[in-house]
Design a binder for this molecule. Structure first.
Ligand SMILES: Cc1ncc(COP(=O)(O)O)c(C=O)c1O
Length: 305
């Protein structure tokens, strides 16, 4: 048997390491999700999430992985046979497309080389060509975890607006939320999909949808089948500080703590930290490449890599 000493330190894009403060906050005897102290937790978490998504609208929390939150975004806003426009920016865009097809949507999947984000000019071109407005939604992955390629969401929004097209804008921020500047409301996104296990510094297990008022109105007529994922019963239970089912109570305790940590550091400082680490990683990779694969001392990381 191999005995590993020290602490397991996961170095992948996500799940990320969970800070001790967050682990301790989740390490509690389970509380009653119908009890009197539960609404305080729910209100704190929803307020903190609105700050991170940069929205004043509803944020829905699911006890799910990010994939569940993808599905929720689609089934709440779309109807069988609806056309959606998606872009091959990498592995996760490809998986989201497959899900859309499995749900009975007609996906126009614009091919890509996994080295570039969504091309706003292509968005505009496809939407201009759809004068009958049959495209119901544009789907974009903000940060492709598989490649590190980031798409420019405000430029996509501007392209939709230039085409005067009513399509919804659905954005996956699973690896960008809490890592790269992201503004649900200011950027005019209709549904933002998030997950707990990356920039939010939690274990895997929570999925999120931030929702615009246009998406909420569309949800009233969207006909894809849904029950568990339906926004409306969750939003109305949340108003009283509860959920219509048993929520992931201990994860919510951890989330309250991670949101507090993000607030204390300040989102701008958080984004600057991630950008510094990303730049350090890029420079290390190029140093390694030019160094015949030998270890090098890197000025940004200040040690041997
Ligand atoms: C950008 C992106 N989208 C979607 C997913 C799928 O999320 P999950 O694995 O939590 O279901 C991931 C997972 O890493 C991701 O990075």
């Amino acid at each position: 048997m191999t005995i590993h000493s020290g602490r397991h330190f996961l170095q992948i894009p996500g799940p990320t390491n969970v800070p001790d403060r967050v682990l301790r906050a989740a390490d509690l005897p389970t509380i009653d999700h119908r009890g009197p102290e539960f609404p305080r937790l729910v209100f704190d978490v929803l307020e903190g999430l609105r700050a991170v998504f940069q929205t004043t609208g509803p944020v829905i929390v699911y006890p799910s992985s990010g994939t569940g939150a993808w599905e929720a975004a689609l089934v709440n806003t779309l109807s069988p046979g609806d056309r959606v426009l998606a872009f091959e920016t990498g592995h996760f865009a490809t998986l989201w497309r497959k899900m859309a097809e499995a749900l009975g949507l007609a996906v126009t999947f614009v091919p890509g080389d996994w080295r570039h984000g969504v091309d706003p000019a292509a968005v505009e071109r496809y939407l201009q060509g759809d004068s009958a407005h049959t495209i119901a939604a544009v789907m974009a992955v903000h940060n492709e975890t598989s490649t590190g390629v980031t798409s420019r969401i405000p430029a996509i929004r501007a392209a939709i607006d230039r085409a005067h097209h009513p399509a919804l804008l659905l954005v996956d921020t699973i690896s960008s939320l809490g890592s790269i500047d992201y503004r649900h409301e200011e950027w005019g996104v209709d549904v933002t999909v998030g997950g707990s296990q990356k920039g939010l510094m939690l274990p895997p297990g929570l999925g999120f949808n931030a929702v615009s008022s246009k998406a909420l109105a569309t949800a009233e007529r969207a006909r894809l089948p849904k029950s568990y994922w339906a926004w409306s019963p969750i939003i109305s239970a949340n108003r009283q500080g509860f959920f219509p089912y048993t929520p992931a109570t201990n994860m919510l305790c951890g989330l309250r703590e991670s949101l507090a940590m993000l607030r204390e550091e300040g989102l701008d400082a958080v984004f600057a930290r991630h950008s510094r680490h990303a730049e350090a990683t890029r420079r290390c990779r190029s140093s390694l490449r030019s160094g015949n694969g030998t270890f090098v001392r890197h000025p940004l990381l200040g040690g041997l890599i």
